[in-house]
Design a protein around this ligand. Sequence first.
Ligand code: ADP
Length: 623
Amino acid sequence: MGAGRSTAESEERSDLPDEAQRRSRFLISASAALSESLDYERTLQRVAELSVPDMADWCTVTVVDELGEARRLAVVHADPAKRELAAEYKRKFPPTEHRNGEMANVLKGGAAALTVHVTDEDLVRAAQTDDHLRIMRGLGCTSCVMVPMVVRGEIMGVISLMRGEGREPYRKTDVETAGELAHRAALAIDNARLYREARRREGTMRFFAEASTLLSSSLDHVSICERLAHLVVPSFADWCGVELAEQGELRSIAIAHVDSGKVEAARQMRLRYPPDPASARGPHAVLRTGRPELISEVTEAMALRGARNEEHLGFIRDLGLRSLLIVPLMAGGRPIGVLNLVWAESKRRYGTEDLETMRELGRRAGLAVENARLYNEARAAVKLRDDFLSIASHELKTPLTSLRLKVDGILRIAAKPEKAPADLAKLTARVQGVDKQVGRLTELVDALLDVSRAAAGQLQLRLEDVDLVAAARSIAERFKDDLASAGCSLSVVVTGQVGRHEGTQAEIHGRWDRLRLDEVITNFLSNAIKYGAGKPIQIRLSATETAATLEIEDHGIGISPDDQQRLFERFARVVSPEHYGGFGLGLWIVKLLVEAMGGKVSVRSSVGAGSVFSAELPREGRA
Ligand code: ADP
């Protein structure tokens, strides 16, 4: 309603009696104020100001907010000398704590209340404390009218008008005027709220559109988490932390803060005071249950209870935690991490709407993170497979080439019609060569078979009584030629709780899978020869009552600490295939076999000085 129309209306009513004219003018100016802006908190203050002194000596406006709580928006007094007192009333007596009986009735019943004469006894009865009474007496109240603001059957608040000494008491016509004012005010509140809601929805939709673009624009899960943190700050949080579940732990991946200077403080607090994994609240609980957690207001008492010590409390105060929301990041229906949201400096508070919005964001972000992780895992697996295939084909090719040469030689000899005894000797040597290469090929193919069986979890053990010493000695015998051609000497040392039969050699018995044990020792020994740089090799065997230990030491090229970490992984080759052949599978299989028998493997090594590989096996092997 514009100013032009108000003038027109007041002119139209110039024939009305004074009192009615005054009321009409008041309603017109109040309506104009109410339609001026969609900030109803401000316009209701303005309406209260317009109500004095004509309609009232003083006036209060109480509104029920979106969370259903009554809030006092305005307390205005006509007398400038009493403004302080009015402000004190507003500050000290919020309607939630100091519920005036009459107002509670109006808020509940939705009907206007007129008290033509308010006596001092009435004030004494209504006052909840001496202070309350003092202020009410100071403000002055001898007549009062309270009208509800109702729209579509919903009570949105109450306007209270009070007159003091020397003023005419309220009459029924005043209730009508006040009712009309309240009705217009209620419409203004409703409009403003609907508008805010529409704006909020629009904002949420825009936010999700932006979120979807941002979250799908990377295939690296760490950068997705960083983008996510920066996306919610500052519109949905002053401070946000993204955490992902990794290897049974909740790891902080990204933190964003409106005040970039505080990112480090937030990080330090997370680092020094990590959330308790066993707690029934907090990020771990959200991760466990998939249920979000909302603490609308973090009180001082909560901060004191939650802080583990003075320093921790210092962090909490410094960061100014006010309101907290934790939502799960979901993928495939299960939580894979959490989004921690905090309102601090902006003094805002999380409500159920934020919870729903952030929960949806948690679903979208969780999916994006999981997709990126799966994509990268798949890519790594494909790369591993490609690398392995190229190594495997290279490895299989080497004995095949030499096999081809030997077979060609045999064919040439066989093509000669006259076979001299010398040819026969040559033939035998070639066939032996063929045999060796066939043996090598069989070994490689067996290794490949073991890999696929182990990957499918089908390693079957056949446990029997085996003498570790005898097994090691027979392998040493088998490797005699290889040791000789590599220029390595080999010694076998046996110590500890060993058995001895009739003064013969020491024995270490246990229940193991004979062929697998052979494979373990063979792998260690062939590596020691391959990487042993022609230096002496020692096999050390020892035993306690319950376990046997096998150690194979070389003095060759050695392995760096970093490489030692990943040696026992599948396809782990730390030297170039050009210099040393091999699938990079041997040690992985050794580890699987030893663990299948209930034992464990380890390595000690230093670059250039050599390595000691060991396997510890329980003597009562595990089936
Ligand atoms: P490979 O078939 O390639 O030898 P392994 O699994 O047996 O595969 O060994 C993995 C890698 O560990 C080897 O490629 C090599 O780089 C390193 N390695 C194994 N044993 C030794 C050793 N005794 N000295 C130095 N390096 C070794």
